[in-house]
Structures are given as structure tokens and as C-alpha cells.
Design a protein. Structure first.
Length: 94
């Protein structure tokens, strides 16, 4: 039961962050299967951090303006964070 409560809190906090970021892909406007996309190279490794730490860092980076939402398809097309700076820089709202 305790794990279930934690899982619900994590999902709620993640949904709130997604809502704060506009709840749509910055490139195509799709509203499902959203992922966090870094505009700059991140200084931490996702697979070495737990989901709570990742969510905390995503919140901090969202406040700093270096994370946007991208649907899974656009995020795969974009690739690494450095690619976005040259190819799609004009499409990102500040």
C-alpha cells in the first residue's frame, strides 16, 4: 500500500510539471506520450538517478528554461540536445 501512495504522488507531480510546461510537444503540438527534452547537454546521467531525483532535476531545469516537452516521435527525431540548437532553435518559444 505504501508503494502505491508513492507511485500516485510521483505520477501526480509529473503531471503537474507537464501541465506547467504547456502539456504539448513544442514542435508538433501532440499531447500524448510526452517526454522531457533538454535544450543543453545535461550534467547528470538519467539511468544513475532514481525517478524522484530525476523529477526534481526536471523541475529545476524547467524553471531555468532548458527543458521542453517533446512527443516520443519528435524527441527521437531531434536526437541529442546539441542538434536542436542549430536545427530547430527558431521553433522553441523562450
Amino acid at each position: 500500500m505504501r508503494c502505491d501512495v508513492r507511485r500516485k504522488k510521483y505520477r501526480r507531480d509529473r503531471r503537474e510539471l507537464i501541465a506547467a510546461l504547456g502539456h504539448k510537444c513544442f514542435k508538433c503540438g501532440y499531447k500524448w506520450r510526452l517526454e522531457f527534452h533538454h535544450l543543453t547537454k545535461r550534467t547528470w546521467i538519467t539511468r544513475k538517478t532514481n525517478r524522484w531525483t530525476r523529477l526534481k532535476r526536471y523541475k529545476e531545469e524547467a524553471e531555468a528554461g532548458i527543458v521542453v516537452l517533446a512527443c516520443r516521435r519528435c524527441n527521437a527525431q531531434i536526437g541529442r540536445p546539441l542538434d536542436i540548437q542549430t536545427e530547430w532553435k527558431d521553433e522553441i518559444e523562450p
